[in-house]
Write a protein that binds this ligand. Structure first.
Ligand code: PMP
Length: 401
């Protein structure tokens, strides 16, 4: 029986790419959007736009209500205690930069920030910069062969000097779920704040953030089948109160004089200026769409495809998978083959996969490779996408080997 996604028809982008002869296997970079999300964007623009939180007029109130209802939906989606714990940003990268700036005042020279060796640049560079500004030590947790954070080493490296632990839930290169709960608990017991980068993890399954036990969680709408330009930052209420304001302007203030201002608290205090209104409203529709799916069926479909992907890749001579991926993606190199050349030949055959360092250069260096091909899956992929990929891979390798 071949695996066919019952949800593919919901995604006009997939159907358009099919017509163009393109096989989309790059959802970890960004995902196609369901028709319902496109309908919401069009309805918002065509129905008469208005800014949020400002005007009392009807279109303004309508936009504000729709905008704020996404905050409620996001809080339910992530099982936050309240909608006040959800801040809208422009993406996971912006959320992490906001955190690095907002927490800066809590650090003194010699304090330690702990990350893992598997971090995306978005969860590395903000901490590198902060460490340089405040003379902090950046501690990197090593990984096991499979790609997990080594629990013993983590227990030893997270100690009383640790002020912050910032780790990803699911690596965009290794495709492994980290067992975060014990790690986060240990860090909190040491008095550290904790951040989880859920940019990839949020896309595969629902996560109960109260059960996970982190102080902050970040993710991006565009990877979650929603519009781009929108990020979600969850902060436990008490943790959000630790953040200093980071951007200043309209709507984040209560009273303003020429020489001073009193600022609002989060979430609105962290959302200066006009937010991405249409995107936030359409993210609400995305969450509605995702909420009504049969989660077990989606997980089974993705697991079935992932299995086929891994089995297929294992059949090639000289194939090296990076780590032992568990979900939705696989990164690989083939001995004696330059991954740039291979990517080029796959691209020529209409296979949309990503090649390069995947914004995780230190990880690739640590693994001893300078580039890899990544195949990543969305809930709309069919087995036939993978068959086309493998046919193209056979041809490309025949030419290159
Ligand atoms: N973290 C991880 C693990 C990611 O995969 C990405 C996106 N590739 C990001 C952070 C950054 O997300 P964005 O580019 O949407 O800000």
């Amino acid at each position: 029986m071949t695996l066919i996604s019952p949800w593919r028809a919901d995604f006009p982008g997939m159907l358009a790419l099919d017509k163009e002869g393109q096989t989309y296997l790059d959802s970890a970079a960004t995902a196609q959007k369901p028709q319902a999300v496109l309908d919401t964007l069009l309805a918002y623009y065509a129905g008469g736009v208005a800014n949020v939180h400002r005007a009392q007029h009807l279109p303004g109130e309508r936009a504000t209500r729709a905008f704020e209802s996404t905050r409620e939906k996001a809080a339910r989606w992530l099982n936050a205690v309240s909608a006040e714990e959800i801040v809208f940003t422009r993406g996971a990268t912006e959320s992490l930069n906001l955190l690095a700036y907002g927490l800066e005042h809590l650090f003194s020279a010699g304090d330690e920030i702990v990350i893992s060796a598997a971090e995306h640049h978005a969860n590395l560079l903000p901490w590198q910069q902060l460490a340089a500004r405040k003379a902090l030590k950046l501690v990197v947790l090593p990984l096991t062969e499979q790609g997990d954070i080594d629990p013993q080493q983590a227990a030893a490296l997270i100690g009383p000097r640790t002020r912050l632990l910032a780790v990803s839930q699911l690596s965009n290169v290794l495709g492994r779920w980290q067992s975060l709960e014990p790690l986060l608990l240990h860090a909190r017991n040491q008095g550290a704040l904790t951040i989880v980068d859920g940019a990839q993890g949020a896309v595969h399954g629902r996560h109960d953030l109260q059960a996970l036990g982190c102080d902050f969680y970040v993710c991006s709408s565009h990877k979650l089948y929603g519009p781009d330009g929108v990020g979600l930052l969850y902060g436990r209420r008490s943790a959000l109160q630790c953040l200093q304001h980071w951007q200043f302007g309209g709507e984040m203030v209560q009273q303003v004089d020429y020489h001073q201002a009193s600022l609002r608290s989060a979430p609105l205090g962290l959302e200066a200026g006009t937010p991405p209104v249409s995107g936030v409203i359409a993210l609400g529709t995305t969450l509605d769409y995702l909420s009504q799916l049969d989660a077990a069926a989606v997980a089974a479909h993705e697991a079935g495809l992932h299995n086929i992907l891994l089995q297929g890749l294992h059949g090639y001579d000289g194939m090296r998978l990076l780590g032992e991926p568990q979900t939705a993606l696989a990164c690989f190199t083939v001995e004696g083959v330059h991954s740039g050349d291979l990517a080029h030949l796959l691209t020529e055959q209409g296979i949309a996969v990503r090649a390069g360092h995947h914004c995780a250069m230190p990880l690739l260096k640590r693994l001893g490779v300078n580039g890899a091909i990544r195949v990543s899956l969305g809930l709309y992929n069919d087995q036939s996408d993978l068959q086309r990929f493998f046919t193209a891979l056979d041809k490309a390798l025949e030419l290159l080997q």
